[in-house]
Design a protein around this ligand. Structure first.
Ligand code: AHM
Ligand code: MG
Length: 332
């Protein structure tokens, strides 16, 4: 099947969501509304990012201090935009965001869903006009509807996600997501203000020749990872590291490749957060025929024990991830 849900390229996100909902006769539309809310927030964030350079030019004048504040402003503004959109929709009872340590309760304890969110990932890229992203992950809550959600709703584990995806604010803005039936990509058409289906049923090439990691930390990586990087070099792979997980992941998803954020001496669990970075990306990878591993098993099998917990991650083309896993296995 080339077209997703039998819908052709150019189908609006809204029509796609409606078709998706019609597959579940008992669905009341909450989930559909939730996806629309995420799309709306990302359009608003997209607009702010598109203009950010103007305010940056006005405000910074080359001072690193103010650049720091500028980044915080955009991080925070994306955070607020998503909170507002999800709160207005009414289907989400609580949110966990990279930008706030505690669970954020919405005005809707009767909402069926909770959302974990990295509102603006790769924010160190802002001030140089390089791609950034939003990552989201949705769970159906396990606490009784009407009560306040608890950590248990967020710590169900990656295999319990009901939707996950990212928005890539790049040369084009794209929304890529899964609800467990493959991965579909939508490109934003700014003249219409709509996301249109552009990449139906995305499949990650099983092999590739691109590796993406922060080479500067090489000496801090596990022996197995160091061996793997050596292998990549011997094989003449290309190194590509944007420093924005969404952008690096997206390229590897389309072209084949592997993203690595291993543990380091200073951060043994690496940097990537489980709930709103690793889990959603791992599910997308698996849904697109790729893989995502920690070095000790699939990312999606990790039992989360904290809202902002971290995990090492190796994600992308199945064969490339298998090669790293093999080196880990050999080293045990
Ligand atoms: P952030 O959520 O604070 O932006 O951090 C996550 C980002 C990823 O997008 C990116 O892959 C990674 O951090 C880059 O980290 P490093 O600079 O250590 O290579
Ligand atoms: Mg992040």
């Amino acid at each position: 099947e080339t077209a997703a849900l039998g819908l052709p390229i150019g189908t609006t996100l809204d029509r796609f969501i409606k078709r998706q909902q019609s597959q579940y006769p008992s669905a009341v539309g909450d989930f559909s509304q939730l996806l629309r809310d995420i799309a709306l927030a990302s359009k608003i964030v997209n607009r702010e990012i598109n203009r950010a350079g103007l305010s940056g030019l006005l405000g910074t004048a080359g001072s690193t201090n103010i650049q720091g504040e500028m980044q915080q402003k955009l991080d925070l503004s994306a955070h607020i935009r998503f909170l507002r959109a999800l709160n207005n929709g009414g289907e989400v009872a609580a949110i966990v965001s990279e930008e706030e340590p505690e669970i954020i309760h919405t005005d809707h304890p009767d909402g069926k869903y909770v959302v974990a969110l990295d509102p603006l990932d790769g924010s160190s890229n802002f001030d140089t006009n390089v791609s950034v992203g939003t990552i989201f992950s949705v769970y159906r809550r396990i606490t009784p509807i009407g009560t306040l959600p608890t950590e248990a709703d967020f710590l169900q584990g990656g295999r319990r996600q009901v939707a996950a995806g990212y928005v890539l604010y790049g040369p084009s803005t794209m929304l890529v997501f899964t609800t467990g039936n493959g991965v579909n990509g939508f490109t934003y058409d700014p003249s219409l203000g709509e996301f249109m289906l552009s990449h139906p049923q995305l499949q990650c090439p099983s092999d590739g020749t691109v590796y993406s990691c922060n080479d500067g930390y090489l000496a801090q990586y596990d022996e197995a990872v160091q061996q793997y990087i050596d292998q990549c070099r011997e094989r003449g792979y290309s190194a590509r590291y944007i420093g924005a997980f969404v952008a690096d992941f997206h390229r590897n998803l389309l072209k084949g490749g592997i993203y690595l954020y291993p543990g380091t001496l200073t951060q043994p669990a690496g940097k990537i957060r489980l709930l709103y970075e690793a889990f959603p990306m791992a599910w997308l990878a698996e849904q697109a025929n790729g893989r995502a591993e920690t070095g000790a098993g699939p990312v999606l099998n990790v039992r989360p024990d904290a809202l902002h917990g971290r995990t090492p991650i190796f994600a992308g083309s199945a064969q490339l991830v298998a090669d790293v896993v093999q080196l880990f296995t050999d080293s045990f």
